[in-house]
Ligand binder design. Sequence first.
Ligand SMILES: NC(=O)c1ccc[n+]([C@@H]2O[C@H](COP(=O)([O-])OP(=O)(O)OC[C@H]3O[C@@H](n4cnc5c(N)ncnc54)[C@H](OP(=O)(O)O)[C@@H]3O)[C@@H](O)[C@H]2O)c1
Length: 386
Amino acid sequence: MTKRQTISILGSTGSIGLSTVDIIQRHPNRFEVVGLTANQNLSELVRLAKALNAKYAAIGNEALYAELKEVLSGTSIIPLAGEAGICEVAEANSDIVMSAIVGAAGLKPTLQAIRRGATIALANKECLVCAGDLMLEEVNRYGSKLLPVDSEHNAIFQVFDQEHASDVERIILTASGGPFLNQTIDELTDVTPEQAVAHPNWDMGAKISVDSATMMNKGLEMIEAYYLFPVNRDQVDVIVHPQSVIHSMVEYVDGSVLAQMGTPDMRTPISYCLGWPDRLSTGAKGLDFATLADLTFVEPDYAKFRCLGLARESLINGGTMPAAMNAANEVAVDAFLNRNIGFLDIACVVEKVLEKFDMKAPQSLANVYEIDKQARIMAHEAIACL
Ligand SMILES: NC(=O)c1ccc[n+]([C@@H]2O[C@H](COP(=O)([O-])OP(=O)(O)OC[C@H]3O[C@@H](n4cnc5c(N)ncnc54)[C@H](OP(=O)(O)O)[C@@H]3O)[C@@H](O)[C@H]2O)c1
């Protein structure tokens, strides 16, 4: 019989967090929840903590601590708050930590979990983009393990022959192309946040949905892939595959291409990480090949999706650029979601900020946080000048 595993979920109230909860609830004898975190959504955090009988519930917004404490009084759930409270959940003893906070805010708690040697189911791609080399050093130092949740990286993880990595020719990330795949660049001038978050295939949080619409998401994923797999920077490619049936591929030197397929349902890659090396049932629909009319592929349009080109440049140049790009993108996406800038302005802001950064690699985590802070200030300045 498989040993019961303990798990904490950072970002439990989000899209990935809730799909993780779904898998846990399907396998009540396999998982025991230690801690859950959220940022603002107190009622959902409390509902989940009670339903899963969690030991800790942490809310990022410290102003909500008193309310959380009050609502949890009479239960055995320990309330925590602020970044320190979220880090306490990451530090609490558990076999697995689902890292599903959105953005660079996920970096610190994920590192705390790495430093106690936990297995990290990594959904938060931004932390690898900001601090990939430093994070991997910590993973090796503390004997932690990173399991990729992102569907593309999870697909590659399933078909990458780790023992013969030198036989890999390239990694091919598939991209749906997002909601604006067939629009002209002129038609993108006036798109609204509602249109940008309406992804044709995947149901995701607002920030990653906008990243998918600009294709910055695929750019972040190129950088993520470089850190997760033993390949060179120029061995990571992208192809647009609008049906999202093939989740990514690995091409080998003999011409063989191995792909992982499935319906677009994040419970599949999440369960793969939670159950690894076993497979768990998920409730995801199987593929019905007889009704799959077409599987099509097209080169990405770098002129229309400028963010993808900026990310590729950041991957090739390395240094401080990926961290700066990520921070600028977070600020620009937030401004777009708040209707302060237009959709096409996102790439302009990122480009403007990137001009100021170079190829000198960050030397420490303090250095990464400094780059992140500087890039955010510059992004706000760039927005003010639009
Ligand atoms: N959704 C997907 O299908 C998908 C697929 C692959 C990878 N990912 C990656 O997984 C991560 C999460 O994505 P998502 O779509 O699940 O995002 P989401 O739905 O927006 O959820 C984000 C989670 O993080 C919490 N959070 C937000 N800001 C925070 C902060 N400053 N400090 C602490 N917690 C914070 C939110 O709490 P509140 O609810 O209280 O605000 C929520 O629990 C992202 O890095 C994304 O790129 C997502």
